[in-house]
Design a protein around this ligand. Structure first.
Ligand SMILES: Nc1ncnc2c1ncn2[C@@H]1O[C@H](COP(=O)(O)OP(=O)(O)OP(=O)(O)O)[C@@H](O)[C@H]1O
Ligand SMILES: Cc1ncc(CO)c(N)n1
Length: 282
């Protein structure tokens, strides 16, 4: 695996997550920051919402005002700089619209240089909604065309393009349908393909399919897997890796994190990037 360890004293690459807080620390911006740190990246946040969440579920959330989300993006981009950015929970049409405008203004995504990973988070793994249903149009119309990569899971594929994937052979049809919405690349995640012996995600750029093979780990503790994957890819892009290599890195990274997941609370425990912190480096 690529080391992505910055030299001592050298400013590391800078990555921005535009995402919600998970009070339980397993997903959301907490998972993103943990992953950024374990990938040798300086992490920054534009907080979109605060969820009341633990291992059992999400019992509520409060959104940030959309102009404050946009101001956070502008504040870090114009001073610190952003080498790659990602989105997680965006909650509402107003926030998505403000994020699209702010990213446009500071050169994140679109035809600009800064890579932009859009993880179209619609619900927690417990099925609790994290996006108002009327915000799907804004995700599709305002954000997907700006994205370097979008990373829907199978529930999000169903919501976004109405394609129901029940076996691995359906992943390519899903990728084609999501790609029609305008992102440069699409990664369809196969974690929710219950019963499949492997977890083979599919990457597509409109002409070529790349399969990301991997075993399916027998564990109940996969909270934050999607966030960790998207953050590892964003980290690799911030380090300057090309898209396909960054996605291969992210897939290896999340597989290891799923293997090292741990129980926490009464419900679903988080995947863990902490294996990256090797004792010899302390
Ligand atoms: N049991 C598993 N074993 C190995 N890899 C897994 C497993 N579950 C998910 N993955 C991998 O983890 C990544 C996240 O996939 P998944 O489909 O679970 O995303 P998600 O639903 O967005 O995650 P989240 O749990 O954060 O909502 C993908 O690369 C997927 O292949
Ligand atoms: C805040 C937040 N973002 C994303 C997810 C999806 O993993 C979650 N459960 N909570």
């Amino acid at each position: 695996m690529a080391s992505l360890v910055p030299a001592p004293g050298v400013t590391p690459p800078r990555a921005l997550t535009i995402a919600g807080s998970d009070s339980g620390g397993g997903a959301g911006l907490q998972a993103d920051l943990r992953t950024f740190a374990c990938c040798g990246v300086h992490g920054m946040t534009a907080v979109t919402a605060v969820t009341v969440q633990n291992s059992v579920g999400v019992s509520g959330f409060t959104e940030m005002p959309a102009d404050v989300v946009a101001a956070q993006i502008r504040a870090v981009a114009t001073d610190i700089g952003v080498d790659a950015a990602k989105t997680g929970m965006l909650a509402s049409t107003e926030i998505i619209s403000a994020v699209a405008d702010a990213c446009d203004a500071v050169g994140i995504g679109g035809s600009d240089a800064t890579p932009f990973v859009v993880d179209p988070v619609a619900a927690s793994m417990h099925g609790d909604p994290l996006l108002h249903s009327d915000a799907l149009d804004a995700l599709r119309g305002l954000l997907f065309p700006r994205a370097t990569l979008v990373t829907p899971n199978l529930d999000e594929v169903r919501l976004l393009v109405g394609v129901d994937v029940t076996e691995p052979s359906g992943l390519r049809k899903a990728a084609r349908a999501v790609h029609e919405l305008g992102p440069r690349w699409v990664l369809i995640k196969a974690g929710h393909l219950a019963g499949a012996p492997d977890c083979v995600d599919v990457l597509y750029d409109g002409s070529e399919f790349v399969e990301l093979p991997g075993p399916r780990v027998d564990t109940a503790h996969t909270h934050g897997g999607g966030d960790t994957l998207a953050s590892a890819i964003t980290s690799a892009l911030a380090h300057g890796m090309d898209l396909v290599d960054a996605v291969r890195f992210g897939k290896r990274f999340v597989l290891r994190a799923v293997r090292e997941s741990y129980p926490l609370g009464a419900g679903v425990g988080p995947v863990s990037p902490l294996w990256r912190i090797s004792p010899e480096r302390v």
